[in-house]
Design a protein around this ligand. Structure first.
Ligand SMILES: Nc1ncnc2c1ncn2[C@@H]1O[C@H](COP(=O)(O)OP(=O)(O)OP(=O)(O)O)[C@@H](O)[C@H]1O
Ligand SMILES: [Mg+2]
Length: 207
């Protein structure tokens, strides 16, 4: 967090200077000044996303209705990056509230839905948000002796081509991306937040 802060300060100086130059620049130079400003903004966004990985201690856990979270994410997607995609929700009404941080849960599923949208075909993109309650399912987690029961399952299913095969082994590591403008931080962030919530995230890809 300190590093982020120390980088942001000079960055906002650069940004401000570029903006001034932009206003007074000749026709030829303006795009260059503009590029400096935009790239400074991009670094700033990147730092913001990195910052999440630093720990701020225990976060608040309140009972959260996961279906409300998913509704919210779907609406955010429909009004923005997923406007041309058909969403279908299959929710298991027996799901109990989960102890968690509402905003972080939104962030988790927003990242997954954003990836799903990116993967969908231009025409005929479909995303299925599915929840289910799995009785008696237990997972072995690293760092724990006994298996833990994780009965709540949320799936985000898209009809895109699936995960590129060379990415599957380190999909959840930072900076793993196949997109020209991707940061590769989306799934790393998801993995961290899901872990903080005591859950697991997996990917399943089939042709
Ligand atoms: N639903 C999906 N279908 C196909 N590939 C996926 C899907 N979700 C993730 N991927 C692959 O995993 C990579 C990493 O995803 P991640 O969210 O971490 O970064 P990103 O989406 O590339 O960048 P950013 O999240 O900053 O936009 C993606 O570049 C893509 O190749
Ligand atoms: Mg992503």
């Amino acid at each position: 967090a300190v590093l982020a802060h120390e980088v942001r300060n000079p960055l906002s100086g650069i940004r401000g200077a570029a903006q001034l130059l932009e206003q007074n620049a000749s026709e030829d130079d303006r795009p260059l000044a503009e590029m400096i400003r935009q790239e400074a903004d991009r670094i700033s966004t990147l730092i913001g996303r990195m910052e999440i990985f630093t720990d701020y201690g225990p976060f608040e856990r309140k009972p959260v209705n996961i279906h409300k979270v998913l509704d919210r994410v779907q609406r955010l997607a429909e009004t923005g990056f997923g406007a041309n995609i058909r969403f279908r929700a299959d929710f298991d009404p027996s799901l109990p509230p989960v102890p968690g941080d509402h905003d972080q849960l939104v962030q988790i599923f927003l990242n997954l839905v954003k990836n799903a949208c990116d993967a969908c075909p231009e025409v005929g993109g479909e995303i299925n948000l599915r929840t289910s309650y799995q009785h008696g399912v237990r997972f072995a987690l690293s760092g724990r002796k006994d298996k833990v029961a994780l009965p709540l399952k949320v799936s985000i299913i898209d009809n895109g081509p699936g995960i590129p095969e060379d990415l599957t082994s380190n999909l959840f590591d930072p900076f793993v991306t196949s997109k020209p403008n991707g940061t590769g931080l989306g799934l790393a962030l998801v993995a961290k937040l899901v872990g903080d919530h005591g859950g697991v995230v997996e990917c399943e890809s089939r042709p």
